[in-house]
Ligand binder design. Structure first.
Ligand code: Y43
Ligand code: MG
Length: 254
């Protein structure tokens, strides 16, 4: 109760009364200062009171921009691994999940921070789901130097005369609290489209200029980043990951 009668005046107020005139009416006791609301997104897994930092275990600027944007509502500080001097990790595995886990573990071990990694790729139906986990190096199979433009070029050459143009872009995100975290958070996303016969659009990165989405009548490279994020494999995975991090790493916060 906030209302107090003079009889219930606590000792501290009584002491103050003695130092003034005895006939003066007791001053109202100031209400206790309400506790400040909890500051947002404190890391429950690291000591202290600082905003949680997470290292983004990727050197791909396109991915980083998309993940920064979709994960922004978490209110945590997302730091690109390059900023912390974390070198590129090996990606030797056969599945997106294993490679994402390897990248997250590597970044967490090097930085001492929780980490989120993204392993993604293009799975072409006519090629039995290839190039899959080797998407980033696709051009080098055909003697071209590694680059987004050469990847697109090699793909269009390999798909010359292929009528079935269906392909999926997939993304697996893995988040770890530490390099030895026994309970990684895992989120996946997948979008299906058709590979165009020439590149169209200049936004995005990677295979965006040849990934045509029938629902939009456009390639990913023709869509603004926020529209791509709202529908893409990475956008889906990142929204799932955001919910997982809130639930498991930041309990009790809205
Ligand atoms: O939304 C996308 N739109 C178009 N292309 C995309 C997308 N997402 C991934 N990609 C391509 C880029 C790379 O050629 C490969 C992923 O390879 P992946 O190893 O996961 O990424 P990466 O080596 O570029 O960066 P990092 O491993 O440091 O995260 O698929
Ligand atoms: Mg890679």
């Amino acid at each position: 109760m906030n209302v107090r009668s003079p009889k219930s005046t606590p000792p501290s107020a009584a002491l103050r009364k003695k130092s003034t005139t005895s006939k003066s009416t007791p001053k109202p006791i100031p209400k206790p200062t309400p506790k400040p609301p909890p500051k947002p997104n404190r890391c429950p897994c690291s000591p202290g009171d600082s905003t949680m930092q997470i290292v983004l275990a990727s050197g791909n600027r396109g991915k980083l921009a998309e993940l920064q944007s979709t994960l922004a509502p978490l209110g945590v500080e997302l730091i690109a691994q390059g900023t912390l001097g974390v070198p590129e990790a090996e990606e030797p595995h056969h599945t997106f999940l294993e490679n994402a886990l390897a990248k997250a573990r590597h970044a967490s071990a090097h930085s001492g921070l929780p980490a989120i990694a993204d392993d993604a790729g293009l799975c072409v139906d006519a090629f039995g789901g290839q190039p899959g986990v080797t998407t980033a190096d696709y051009a080098t199979r055909f003697g071209y130097p590694k680059s987004d433009a050469n990847n697109v070029r090699a793909l269009l050459e390999q798909m010359q005369g292929v009528e079935d143009r269906r392909a999926s872009m997939v993304c697996t995100l893995v988040a770890l609290r530490s390099a030895t975290d026994p309970e990684p958070l895992v989120a996946t996303g997948r979008v299906t489209g058709l590979i165009t016969r020439t590149p169209v659009g200049d936004q995005g990165f990677g295979f965006d200029p040849v990934m045509f989405l029938p629902a939009f009548g456009k390639t990913f490279a023709e869509l603004p980043t926020d529209v791509k994020n709202a529908h893409s494999h990475r956008g889906q995975a990142a929204r799932t990951m955001l919910a997982l991090i809130r639930e498991r790493w930041l309990p009790g916060l809205p």
